[in-house]
Ligand binder design. Sequence first.
Ligand code: ARG
Length: 403
Amino acid sequence: MKERIVLAYSGGLDTSVAIGWIADATGAEVIAVAVDVGQGGESLETVRQRALGCGAVEAYVADARDEFANEYCMPTLKAGALYQNHYPLISAISRPVIVKHLVKAAKQFGATTVAHGCTGKGNDQVRFEVGIQTLGPDLKCIAPVRDLALTRDKAIAYAEEKNLPIETTKKNPYSIDQNVWGRAIETGYLEDIWNAPTKDIYSYTDSPEFPPAPDEVTITFKEGIPVAIDGVAVTPLQAIEQLNRRGGAQGIGRIDMVEDRLVGIKSREIYEAPGAMVLMEAHKHLENVTVEREQARFKATVSQRWSELVYDGQWFSPLKRSLDTFIEDTQRYVSGDIRMELHGGRAVVNGRRSDTGLYRFDLATYDTGDTFDQSSARGFIDIFGLTSKVATERDERVAGEAK
Ligand code: ARG
């Protein structure tokens, strides 16, 4: 029996050509695996037929949209994870779910190797291969673009020569990765980091410059997860999709940054994540009402570390799992409503209510009804400031003796 290789298939030119390219280079049979994480565009059946038309012996397609929203986007929301304070980990969180389906397909079809279309310069190769090593330790990995010298020009020539059912003329100057959590755009003109992004690169967001009328939205959360929008029950997937539309119409969630890749390169990235950024903003404000101060302060550190681990391809690592347990515990009371206005590129929270909050009107008020005992404040401050006071006295004494 011929060796079998499972290929992470996107339906695009590179991975379509990779089917035959891998078969030629290795003599193996190629099984194409396409995973729907809400990237939109073509139907899974169209993608499946194209893979078969390009020479795959089998084509496996998985609708992982709800799985991705529930098990990958929601943990990112609960973590409040923004890599380098900006990037909501769009591509980084899609790789582990794709890996799960690749490993499952490899087992199902008796494949020994998994292939992906990443280059040798990015984070995604690491995320795929670390994930595969972890979930399928017996599987080998190959990357035709990186390991089998499949360049874009060769891909076009190969597709034309073999008459593959894929368009080769449409030259997209950007490298784009998208899913329901957002869209990542890089390379080409954007590699000059002084160049402002041009309007044509965006597709999830309209320009915030000329927004439609303000859109007021109420998001209901239960234990850190959106469960209703404007009083109508939604699944996590529906919440993200709806806020992609409503936030996108207001131009919310455009991000332009230079980020630190794991391989040591700084790279210019443009993201658009309207639904994710609206949800993160709402969630953060509900945490402000419901999470105890010391837990909240510590969670900021955990959130940053969680983002770095996930960015670095450590989704399945023990530390990430331990941090998940902490984060999950902090979400116990993150329930209630956030009212916000979406307008002109911004999502501004202007109301919050929670039955499990820690906000106490009787403690906060300066009006009648105040139950806070202000006479306790003096003694508290005396003791709270004591260590600094003692140290300063010491500093002055030592400085005086040195004269
Ligand atoms: N730089 C981002 C990350 O590492 C996005 C990568 C997107 N991939 C792509 N082929 N455009 O998560």
